[in-house]
Design a protein around this ligand. Structure first.
Ligand SMILES: [Zn+2]
Length: 198
């Protein structure tokens, strides 16, 4: 890289790191209330165990995740065009498509990658679980906690872009033996949702 451009990059990085607030503190308590196991619908995909609150219509969740970019991929399009399957299967397929796309975007392929995804019915519940875990209140669309290998998201906030970002965090955190600084991981996760549809 020419010196000027390198200097410009360093200045950009410094400003970026200085301006970005930390996403959340590393101090947290228990995983949060599990509730009764009957309160959750549990769906297994290749890379994730998805827990959706019992009253959530899985077709509705699947509809909110647009993976139409997969129709151009010779392997993924089979899953994309899979018709006559349940909402749960559709959701599982879409999560798997996003995981594989994120891995490709990052060129990171952590071995045995498997996470949990918890889908809450409302933003209020998501805020509640955040507060329970971090002992502070924040309005996040979704968040990933590496310690629990879990993504937390609310139904209103489910989208391919939010999931690509959080799944990106999960892949990044599972890939590095020594985690890079939070802000660098944030940059990489943003890279996933920006390039999801490329
Ligand atoms: Zn993030």
């Amino acid at each position: 890289m020419p010196r000027n451009r390198f200097a410009a990059f360093i200045i950009f990085l410094t400003v970026f790191l200085a301006l970005s607030p930390p996403l959340f503190s590393q101090e947290f308590g228990p995983r949060g209330p599990e509730g009764d196991i009957e309160d959750w619908t549990i769906i297994e995909s290749s890379y994730a165990t998805i827990y959706a609150e019992r009253d959530i219509d899985l077709r509705n969740v699947a509809r909110k995740i647009d993976v139409s970019f997969a129709r151009y991929d010779p392997i993924e399009k089979t899953l994309f065009y899979d018709k006559g399957i349940s909402g749960a299967e559709k959701l599982a397929n879409k999560i798997d498509i996003i995981v594989r796309k994120d891995k490709k975007i990052l060129d990171m392929h952590p071995q045995g990658f498997h996470i949990d995804i918890r889908i809450y019915e409302s933003n209020k519940e998501l805020r509640g679980i955040y507060e329970e875990i971090f002992k502070e209140s924040k309005d996040h669309k979704a968040f990933y906690i590496h310690k629990f290998r879990t993504i937390y998201v609310s139904l209103p906030n489910v989208s391919e872009s939010v999931l690509a970002h959080e799944i990106g965090h999960a892949i990044i955190d599972n890939y590095f033996a020594i985690l890079p600084p939070m802000k660098i991981r944030e940059l990489l996760a943003c890279y996933c949702d920006v390039h999801l549809k490329d």
